[in-house]
Design a protein around this ligand. Sequence first.
Ligand code: CUK
Ligand code: CUA
Length: 621
Amino acid sequence: MKKWIPIASGLLAGFIAATITFADFSAKTNTEAASSNKSDAEKVYVPFGQKDDYYLFASGGHSGQMFIYGVPSMRKIRTIPVFSQDSATGYGFDEHSKKLMGGYTWGDLHHPAFSETKGDYDGKWMFATDVGNSRAAVVDLETFTTKDIIKVPNTAGPHCAAFVTENTEYMFLPTRFAVPVGQKYESLDNYSQNYRGVMSAVTFDEKNVKLNIAYQVALPPWSYDLSDAGKKGSADWAVMTTYNTEEATTTLEVNASQADRDYIVLFNWKELEKMVKEGKYEDVDGQKMIYPEKQKGGIYLVPVAKSPHGVDVTPDGKYFIASGKLAPAMTVFSFEKAFKAVENKDFAGERNGIPILNYKSVMEREVNPENALGPLHTQFDDKGMAYTTMFISSEVVKWDPNTGKTLDRVPVQYSPGHSVAAEGDTVSPDGHWLVALNKIAKDSYLSVGPSHPESMQLIDISGKMKVIQSAPVDPEPHYAQMIKADKIKTINVYPKDEKNKDAVYKQNDTKIVRKGNEVHVYGIAMRSRFIFDAKAKRPDVIEVNEGDHVFIHLTNIDFDEDITHGFAINSYDLNIEVQPGQTNTIEFTADKAGTFPIYCTNFCSALHQEMNGYFLVKPKQ
Ligand code: CUK
Ligand code: CUA
């Protein structure tokens, strides 16, 4: 067996420092680009009237949002607010999205994942998780809007997710930070006994557009970093990397890198599902909690070089590849060998009651491209070749998982985290394009002060790898997925919903209804006026008493693509949007007496500036 090749942390600090002194390296690249041949420019040029071949959905990290780009042009098309408020769309202000946000104002959106059918992106839904406030969300790809958010209890920072199983049966949300079950107070001196690394199994009810927690698993109090679902022959299984199996409770930078190895958790979700059906769980605050030390047979540990980060399953479902941020090697493991080791009870002891598979029995090969450092994440092309980002040596390395041979490498600017290949997580990736998601842009763009944007670089992988385009991106693309554009079918306008009692489609149906101190406005927005009560002397005025509880239900009756209206009340800190055909509600207490102009925030017509009204609040005697 090959020795682990751990890098001393001092040396690692040196390498990290080295990545920010690569200035003249980039200068060279830029010069090359300047004298570049036209064919690269033509490859990324999408003439007016034509459209990009792919959508790229990038995680917005601690912006809490998702950013949509077109590939190959690398033009940004949209921001979808998910976990954070967004005044551009009124997200987090209107009743529905405010409720979805669950009282939180921000999120840290990591890995976006498309819904899948038979291991292929089906273009219907997009999932994402929030490390900041432990939530999961689903975005509807007909409207590019967030439809449901669920708060996951006992799981603190579901960083690993979201990776869906082959037919979107589950997404698994393991915790990044171990906490006591119920997140109750518990001294850190009792960490190993009373803290847990709980993983939540989340399902999506497509009919009711609801996320649910099916069950949870009380894993050991370690940090769970990345995961991936099996494919084809390994479809019933999933893998995830761990670190801090040392169970350090302070200064993790040093203390979580002590042991030579951590583990990959390999679990069979069909087995776990069966355990739940057979009642082999404990009820913990209404959650079905599986304790792996008591319920054996669903979860195994595979030893791996210390502090691994990414783990990625090959498109054929045969291998899982772990990348070690502190080691220069990628390790290829075989599912088939792992299944055999499980069957033969080929164990090297256990930890926390979970059997450890023999490393030698499961490992296929260790891959160590010369001078490549800090492998993080791996993507695949149409031939099954692997592309691994090297954070420390700032490059993407192409290699063959079947032989371990290095095939190609290309420098990127700088320090890539993830990369994303066209249809890269499916059972049949497209090849052609890879986008490196770089953590540091440094001198790539016009300076905007001491802090810079992150950078996405488009790499043509159809022949020898070549960076041919670059685009700045807001913090922080932790991952992205790229889908064929024709798989996504958006709607042009919201269809009329006669069953929605808040919706009003005819001017004469508009009204203002008072029930005690509750005021309900049933209004419409159209080019270029608001009508709150068509029969009133001034149809565009809402008058209430100080302290009234106000509901404004607003329907955009312009059934015309792209004619969106906004609704803001000046100095009331309120703003919502109604897209064509949409009905939206805003609810608030009129706690300030006075005269407040209402106006449309979205430029909708030549007379948009006339789309005003007044919100009058009569003072309490
Ligand atoms: S992580 Cu590895 S670079 Cu997927 Cu949240 Cu950011
Ligand atoms: Cu409606 Cu501007």
